[in-house]
Each structure stands twice: as structure tokens, then as C-alpha cells.
Design a protein around this ligand. Structure first.
Ligand code: ADE
Length: 234
């Protein structure tokens, strides 16, 4: 998979992509992540990427030309499945979207800034808009890093069997059950007996029951959806 990220702050990705699972996925060639500095695509001698909004108002607007030039350059090398604009008014990211994106070959992620981007970019160049939550970030970079992480960890070969993404929270519409490790007792705080029983069937049932109960208590909306989906499957 190729993920091409267009940004005016390329260095913001140094941290998130140079550690842990993403780093290993890149080293193993399971994904290519290329960061493109939008300022390299301006024709303006000051590398200007923003301008005043037509009609007036506060804040600057990202200009169409550098973004179009950058996207055209990328598209001249390969076909892209989606051009994703990270935006607080996009579709709210969830596990289903990450799963679907992990099946694609080539993605462009466009990070916005300032007051927004020229609407014509959204109309003519962007194919999908994603928000990572109902709050406003300073720009799309952190959102693109979150989206990339949620996709890359799902790619075949990135996680080992024992940490398989299939057992993640949300993959089956439920949050994860609690987990414990040694010691068995700490300050009188004990590990649930069933986990020490060695009985796989009982442990599996306990985990499902805990995940279901946790989801009902902590995420009632998710729980209702899960109940509806289970009824639909019957
Ligand atoms: N850019 C600014 N805020 C954002 C958000 N919540 N999600 C995605 N992109 C954003």
C-alpha cells in the first residue's frame, strides 16, 4: 500500500511514523508512506500556499493551485483509490472506515490548515472527507497520523498472530474485555479466578460477557448497534 500525505508541516510526521508498529511496517515494506511538502508545489517565489478569502472575513484559505499540482503529480505516477481530506466536518472515523481503507492500494491524505481550503478542491479533487472527532485541531496532520496508524496496523503481516487486529476493541462491535498479568495478587487486588482456571471455554465466555457488559455500561450507543446487528445476523 502507498500512503501519500500532503502537508505544509512535513516534520510533524517524524515522531508518529518513526516508532513502534508503523516503523516496523515501513521497514518490512508492507507500506510506503511518503510525505509531500505542499510548498514544493507552488509557482510563487515565496512558496505561498494560502491567500485571503474572497468576500472578506478572518483567516487565510489554502489555495487551489499548489494542491492541484501536487495531486496531479502523484496521480501521474499511479492511480489512487481515494483522495482523503482530513476535516472536522468530514465523516466521523470508525473501525469500519479503517477496515475498508486497509483494503485499498493507494491513498492520498490532504492536510488542511488556516480557515480551510478553497472549496473547489473539495468539489473536484477530494473523494472522501474524514474527521477524527468532534473537536477542532490546528490542522489535519495529527488526524492523518491517526488515520494512517489505524489503517497500517490492519495490513497483513504488520501485527503478529498473538496481537491480531481481529481481537481489537470495535472489531466485533464491542470494546475489549479487561486483561491482567503477573502477579496474581498485588496489594490484595486479585486477578479474576476464571483466568487462572486453564479452562479455555470458560475464559472465552467470561471475556465475551465482560466485553458485552463494558460496552453496555460505557458505550450505550455502540451496545445498541451491536444488539441490532446481532439480531440482523440471526
Ligand atoms: N482538522 C482539524 N480538525 C480535525 C478533525 N477533528 N478531524 C480531522 N481533521 C481535522
Amino acid at each position: 500500500m502507498n500512503i501519500d500525505i500532503i502537508t505544509i508541516f512535513p516534520e510533524m510526521f517524524d515522531g508518529p511514523f518513526s516508532e513502534s508498529i508503523i516503523k516496523r511496517a515501513v521497514q518490512k515494506n508492507l507500506v510506503n508512506i511518503n510525505i509531500h511538502n505542499l510548498r514544493d508545489y507552488t509557482t510563487d517565489k515565496h512558496h505561498k500556499v494560502d491567500d485571503y478569502p474572497f468576500g472578506g472575513g478572518a483567516g487565510m484559505v489554502m489555495m487551489i493551485e499548489p494542491i492541484d499540482r501536487c495531486i496531479s503529480h502523484l496521480k501521474s505516477k499511479r492511480e489512487y483509490d481515494e483522495v482523503i481530506f482530513l476535516s472536522p466536518d468530514g465523516q466521523l472515523l470508525n473501525q469500519g472506515i479503517s477496515n475498508a481503507m486497509s483494503l485499498k492500494n493507494n491513498l492520498i491524505m490532504l492536510c488542511g490548515h488556516y480557515k480551510g481550503i478553497d472549496e473547489r478542491i473539495r468539489e473536484h479533487l477530494v473523494t472522501m472527507e474524514i474527521s477524527i472527532g468532534d473537536y477542532v485541531l490546528s490542522g489535519g496532520e495529527l488526524a492523518a497520523a491517526v488515520l494512517t496508524d489505524s489503517i497500517v496496523r490492519l495490513l497483513p503481516g504488520v501485527l503478529g498472530d498473538e496481537t491480531s487486529a481481529l481481537s481489537d476493541s470495535f472489531q466485533d462491535g464491542l470494546v475489549s474485555p479487561p486483561v491482567y498479568t503477573r502477579p496474581r495478587v498485588y496489594n490484595d487486588w486479585e486477578v479474576p479466578e476464571v483466568l487462572l482456571s486453564g479452562n479455555d471455554k470458560l475464559i472465552r465466555e467470561w471475556r465475551i460477557q465482560q466485553a458485552t457488559e463494558r460496552t453496555r455500561k460505557r458505550r450505550p450507543g455502540l451496545f445498541d448497534q451491536h444488539q441490532q446487528d446481532s439480531l440482523g445476523e440471526q
